[in-house]
Design a protein around this ligand. Sequence first.
Ligand SMILES: O=c1ccn([C@H]2C[C@H](O)[C@@H](COP(=O)(O)OP(=O)(O)OP(=O)(O)O)O2)c(=O)[nH]1
Length: 198
Amino acid sequence: MSLQSHMSPLSPMSPASRQPVDVLIRRVDPDVPLPSYAHPGDAGADLRTTEACQLAPGERAVLPTGVSVALPEGYAAFVHPRSGLAARCGVALVNAPGTVDAGYRGEIKVIVVNLDPRGAVRFERFDRIAQLVVQQVERVRFQEVAELPGSARAEGGFGSTGGHAAVDGTSGTSGQAALGGQAGGNRYASVVSDREGQ
Ligand SMILES: O=c1ccn([C@H]2C[C@H](O)[C@@H](COP(=O)(O)OP(=O)(O)OP(=O)(O)O)O2)c(=O)[nH]1
């Protein structure tokens, strides 16, 4: 019997059909728990800080995780924020997602920032501060051409499809530049009309 004939088209692939990829890991801090997935099906394995740290509003820090890895060629790992810390405390990663290259053998670090305008955030040693997502990545050959092939989106970007009240084209020069200034066609009125049409 083929695999497809006894699986509904909507059923997820059986976990047994995808073998985990082995990744060599070394503890820089001998006591740190290894990164682990909290639930079956999770994409990210939690990373912990090996240093306690307190961040005032707006402050950032580069925190050590106590581990280094050797990823197989063709893979990279991405350091992602934890949504619970973001929603409850305003903690973000400055460079989210951080990229860990296959050739990197140093300790994985996490660049946290406290975006809460009022409250300080404190991390204790071994608190889970981020999650590591390991993915296959392509290397490409850039082929220079004089003209690119056409597409439906063409050069539209930076809010060209509307839908955000905050995109009013008036706050900040960098925003204006990104929207193509006054001629960008994405000022507040056009965003409102876009919403009314939904
Ligand atoms: O959140 C992060 C991001 C990066 N790294 C490590 C792994 C990565 O392979 C290396 C370099 O990262 P990246 O390429 O982002 O840094 P860069 O500023 O471009 O430095 P470099 O010139 O060393 O590539 O730093 C981390 O530990 N955590």
